[in-house]
Write a protein that binds this ligand. Structure first.
Ligand code: AMP
Ligand code: MN
Ligand code: MN
Length: 349
């Protein structure tokens, strides 16, 4: 049974019935799927009912996503102390990661969480968590289209652009194995709406600024192999960012380049996010479940893409993670064939 069939067994009340004010939010450091799902849903709700008040709470979003419809509605603070009838949290694996909307969420009349992270234990009045879905945008597409959860299912071109963008980003342009038949069918239907796929893919996914390329170059040049070439890691420090005039948002894509290194089973990328504090990104192939490793250090994510924040020296952080990767690899060598490959697919961001 596909997750879409499973969803149809759930009863979705009419979630916007009687609702006049809606707050939408996602996770900190918003990525393509987070921005695409938040703005895609905002667009859809306003298309359905232009009289609705919809506010989107997110950290400032990367420049390349600002062309999306209603990006100008994104706000960081609830200055009017508005209490919303409904608050919807998208692509956010746990309540701690929605820092912009925590009080909005706590005070809302009802709350809904829609997500695809395997480590999401569910929160809010209703949680729809589907780890089989490539992206929150794919899940949202099916909820809108097949389950009419927020209206009559008619998707405008602006909504289609946002949802397609999120799918493109979380699947690495349909390359990762979280790309399924359902993903391609959803993408196909969104293309039918008349979107410019080339523009979305090239302008928001592949295009890099000069600074981003320099940062990527530095991370690659200084990367190191460990565990006899089975794991790669790289670190960027605050001084690297100031030297290149780069920001944390410029690190996007670095981990994806590390992960394609031949022979490795796990890739680790760290950047210094505060005094002695590092943002950790992990990627793996079918032998290693990085969601478990990130979870041990207070983070989470998907089987093959996960993250956390860690304190301490780079030496200790790399050793701690490498030892866990090694333990998993040894277990796999002891029980060959016992891999996620056949039974589970990797999920991203
Ligand atoms: P990143 O490496 O930051 O691109 O994150 C990879 C995946 O792990 C994404 O799905 C993130 O949402 C998730 N993730 C990253 N950091 C954390 C964290 N601290 N807690 C929970 N999930 C995280
Ligand atoms: Mn996602
Ligand atoms: Mn995300």
């Amino acid at each position: 049974m596909t997750y879409i069939d499973r969803l149809s067994k759930q009863r979705f009340n009419n979630w916007t019935e009687g609702v006049k004010t809606v707050a939408i939010s996602g996770h900190i450091r918003p990525d393509g799927d987070c921005v695409g799902s938040c703005l895609g849903l905002c667009t859809y709700l306003l298309d359905q009912d232009p009289a609705l008040c919809v506010d989107v709470y997110l950290d400032p979003i990367p420049e390349e996503f600002r062309f999306l419809k209603h990006a100008d509605r994104i706000r960081q603070e609830n200055e009017e102390n508005r209490i919303y009838d409904l608050c919807i949290i998208l692509d956010c694996s746990d309540p701690d990661r929605m820092n912009r909307a925590q009080s909005v969420f706590a005070q809302a009349g009802r709350t809904l969480c829609i997500d695809h992270h395997i480590t999401n234990e569910g929160f809010g009045d209703l949680s729809i968590v589907c780890p089989e879905s490539s992206s929150t945008c794919e899940l949202l597409y099916y909820l809108i289209k097949e389950h009419n959860i927020f209206g009559d299912g008619s998707i405008s071109i602006d909504c289609a652009v946002a949802l397609y963008l999120g799918i493109v980003h979380d699947t690495g342009v349909f390359r990762h194995t979280n790309t399924t038949m359902e993903t391609m069918m959803a993408a196909g239907e969104l293309i039918r709406c008349g979107i410019n796929t080339e523009k979305i893919i090239n302008d928001t996914f592949f295009r890099k600024t000069y600074i981003q390329n320099q940062l990527l170059g530095k991370a690659l040049t200084e990367s190191m192999l460990v565990l006899d070439g089975r794991m790669i890691f790289s670190v960027l420090y605050r001084k690297d960012f100031s030297l290149l005039k780069a920001t944390q948002q410029d690190t996007d894509g670095i981990i994806d380049q590390l992960r394609v290194t031949e022979g490795i089973h796990a890739a680790l990328f760290l950047y210094e996010s505060g005094e002695g504090e590092f943002k950790v990104s992990l990627r793996s192939d079918e032998y290693v479940d990085v969601s478990v490793i990130a979870g041990e250090f207070g983070g989470g994510g998907h089987i093959r893409a996960a993250g956390c924040t860690m304190n301490g020296t780079v030496h200790d952080i790399v050793n701690n993670i490498a030892s866990r990767v090694e333990m998993q690899l040894e277990k796999k060598e002891d029980c060959p064939g016992d891999s996620h490959e056949e039974t589970e697919r990797d999920e991203l961001s």
